[in-house]
Design a binder for this molecule. Structure first.
Ligand SMILES: Nc1ncnc2c1ncn2[C@@H]1O[C@H](COP(=O)(O)OP(=O)(O)OP(=O)(O)O)[C@@H](O)[C@H]1O
Ligand SMILES: [Mg+2]
Length: 247
């Protein structure tokens, strides 16, 4: 399954979400995950580099790809349960190429006017790509929300803006928390720094709501089911080969 974390707005938390969701799927769902970094800033590649230097952390593979990456992604999808693509903050070829094959597109937005102004253009891009890839499920997620009660309206208003377009908006959000920034430094995720913390639960909430499952166990079961099907398929084709040779 290919998941794109993308969008036009710089600094909305794309890399941060992509990395934390990758750890959730790897560590809590026992999925095989590869990250694809399409951003020349190499934020995700650097994070992976720091992470894979720490032998105590489950390692995650990462490749850098640019431009027409559709076939590369399809080929990676054959070898991994999840391919998570971090496209950086522009509308570019890699973003559109990924949207032509992705199952899920997660677009983070802060509850700020400049972020919300990008919604209309993102809606256009999604609509264009859905002509080629109608099964793609695109969702906005509101990130870095202020936690002060008198600012709660900002979050609701941001969701309302998104809802005026044909794209879903997740109930799950992230609040602005230092732990997101602190965890990145050493290739960690908020799930590893404080597994029972609020930020860890935000990531679990976003990943499961996006993938439309109740919890990590359901994702594990889906992966096991897919592997069984694949094995049966391979066994089936061997049998037909045997028959072919028998004749
Ligand atoms: N919920 C959050 N609370 C606090 N800080 C956050 C949160 N999410 C992300 N950040 C921080 O915001 C900064 C920008 O995040 P990130 O690099 O993920 O954005 P981006 O959308 O990938 O940016 P770019 O467009 O440059 O690729 C980082 O320092 C990150 O730690
Ligand atoms: Mg980024």
């Amino acid at each position: 399954m290919i998941i794109l974390v993308g969008g036009e707005k710089g600094g909305s938390g794309k890399s941060c979400l992509a990395q934390n969701v990758a750890v959730f799927l790897t560590a809590e769902c026992q999925a095989s995950v590869i990250m694809v970094d399409c951003d020349p800033q190499r934020t995700t590649s650097d994070w992976i580099h720091a992470r894979n230097n720490n032998p105590e952390l489950p390692s995650i593979n990462c490749v850098q790809l640019y431009g027409k990456i559709r076939n590369d992604l399809l080929s990676l999808e054959q070898h991994y349960d999840y391919v998570i693509v971090d496209c950086g903050g522009q509308d570019n070829l890699a973003l559109r190429a990924t949207m032509s094959v992705a199952s899920h597109v997660l677009m983070p937005l802060r509850p700020k006017r400049r972020d919300l102004k990008t919604v209309s253009h993102m809606d256009d891009i999604v609509a264009t790509c859905m002509m080629i890839n109608p099964k793609m499920r695109a969702t906005f997620v509101i990130t870095q929300c202020p936690s002060l009660p008198n600012q709660a309206n900002r979050i609701l208003e941001a969701k309302e803006v998104c809802k005026t377009y044909d794209i879903n908006v997740l109930d799950a959000i992230t609040y602005s928390r230092n732990i997101y920034d602190d965890s990145e430094e050493s290739g960690l995720s908020v799930l590893e720094i404080e597994p029972q913390g609020k930020a860890a639960n935000e990531i679990r909430g976003i990943a499961t709501e996006m993938l439309q499952v109740a919890n990590a166990t359901e994702i594990r079961n889906r992966i096991a089911e897919k592997q069984m099907k694949k094995m049966r398929g391979e066994y089936g084709s061997d049998r037909s080969q045997e028959k072919l040779y028998a004749v």
